[in-house]
Design a binder for this molecule. Structure first.
Ligand code: 5GP
Length: 190
């Protein structure tokens, strides 16, 4: 998505540790019109897949997931990061290693909101090592739901999460793929 690439270049900030900050349109302030356009792109990519639900993880995935859900007219479920290790039997849960925080957290989804009848599209803001998507896939598996694929706004292609999922035959679409961002210079995959 050319417009997203332009926005990344003009507004993004490369932080130490291979972190890209996009607080001005996605991660703290939300450029609503622009995020809705990203949702429309995602909806177009998966229009033939019979998606019944979108699944993301709180909190930064919610804006993109919401916009995709609004375009596809399907509900958006977000996995919650559990504050305690108290998981009860009414939830699906998975352990996810956080790239940005460097810790493990348990993500949970109530069994009420995902079932074996669902065809699920996974959505997130960033794709790095793929741990968040794999946690969401694990939850789909527990629910017996079918995951049709994943859509991410920004993939850091130099971290191998997206490519390893693709190599396993799982469909992953990213609206912008960053090939490198060494010394603050952002280069996109072509
Ligand atoms: P993964 O699980 O694929 O390693 O990382 C994806 C998750 O980590 C996303 O949910 C996102 O919130 C966060 N993340 C990974 N890399 C970045 C980054 O460069 N910038 C920001 N803002 N978040 C990131």
């Amino acid at each position: 998505m050319v417009e997203l690439e332009k926005k990344i270049v003009s507004e993004g900030e490369v932080l130490p540790g291979n972190v890209l900050k996009v607080g001005s349109f996605l991660n703290q302030m939300i450029d609503v019109d622009f995020v809705m356009k990203m949702g429309k792109e995602i909806a177009d990519l998966f229009s033939a897949d019979g998606v019944t639900k979108i699944l993301t993880v709180e909190s930064s995935g919610i804006a993109v997931a919401f916009s995709a859900g609004a375009s596809m007219h399907v509900p958006v479920v977000f996995a919650k990061k559990n504050k305690t290790s108290n998981i009860n039997s009414s939830c699906y849960s998975s352990v996810v290693h956080s790239f940005t925080h460097g810790n493990d957290s348990v993500i949970i989804v109530s069994k009420d909101y995902l079932s074996s009848d669902d065809r699920v599209l996974l959505v997130d803001d960033f794709l790095a090592n793929g741990n968040a998507l794999r946690g969401l896939l694990d939850i789909c598996g527990q629910a017996g739901a079918y995951a049709v694929g994943a859509a991410c706004a920004i993939e850091k292609g130099f971290q191998k999460g997206g490519d390893s999922l693709r190599a396993e035959g799982f469909r992953v679409e990213s609206l912008a793929i960053i090939e490198s961002m060494d010394d603050g210079r952002i280069v996109f995959r072509r």
